[in-house]
Design a protein around this ligand. Structure first.
Ligand code: MN
Length: 202
């Protein structure tokens, strides 16, 4: 198991080195003056009655203007039983997550490489920590019969989120279904069905 952890650590370090050129530049000032900066409410569970069964409460520069230029933000993620935070990426941040209630099955997939897109996955229990490298597709799923809660720090005041299914099948205007049918090796009718669904961010 330790060997796996070392391999994971080395892999993450390797990825971090590889993508370093895409990272946000360092802050140019100590802080950015802002007012009314208190944010409260992270003790309150988000509404998980979405189709995907999760809710992300963001504490980014939109909530705390003083985070501007500081390169950090925070999220609380609530999961209903069997709920998930569906595959997504943050174009501007690495994410470090800790489980504080319940259990989560998490993972991320490497970018296209010689051995394809490799999945790193693990089941996390209360107190366990996992890192999702910047830009990579990742997910969290609650395999338990009880709710789960996680908090995560992100290395940007404005990490951004691209939820893969929403972006691909729920874009506005829609991507030509012929293009998606070929990309996903699906019948065009199935693509059109997917595009009719109501894709909502959690
Ligand atoms: Mn994330």
């Amino acid at each position: 198991m330790k060997g796996v952890n070392i391999l994971l650590t080395l892999s993450v370090l390797g990825l971090a080195t590889f993508i370093a050129s895409a990272y946000d530049p360092g802050p140019l000032q100590d802080f950015c003056v802002a007012i009314d900066d208190l944010f409260s409410g992270l003790n309150i569970a988000g509404d998980t009655t979405h189709k995907v069964g999760s809710n992300v409460t963001n504490v980014n520069v939109d909530k705390i203007p003083g985070l501007n230029t500081l390169g950090v933000s925070l999220v609380r993620i609530d999961f209903a039983p069997y709920g998930e935070n569906p595959p997504h990426t943050h174009p501007r941040a690495t994410e470090i997550l800790v489980v504080v209630e319940g259990q989560l099955s998490v993972g991320f997939v490497t970018s296209n490489g010689q051995d394809g897109n490799r999945l790193f996955t693990k089941v996390l229990n209360k107190g366990d920590v996992f890192v999702f490298p910047i830009g990579l597709i990742h997910f969290q799923f609650n395999p338990g019969k009880v709710p789960a809660v996680a908090f995560a720090g992100l290395g940007s005041q404005n990490p951004g989120t691209i939820t893969i299914a929403n972006a691909v099948f729920g874009s506005n205007p829609a991507i030509n279904p012929e293009i998606l049918a070929k990309a996903f090796q699906l019948d065009q009718k199935i693509v059109e069905e997917l595009q009719k669904k109501f894709w909502v961010a959690n």
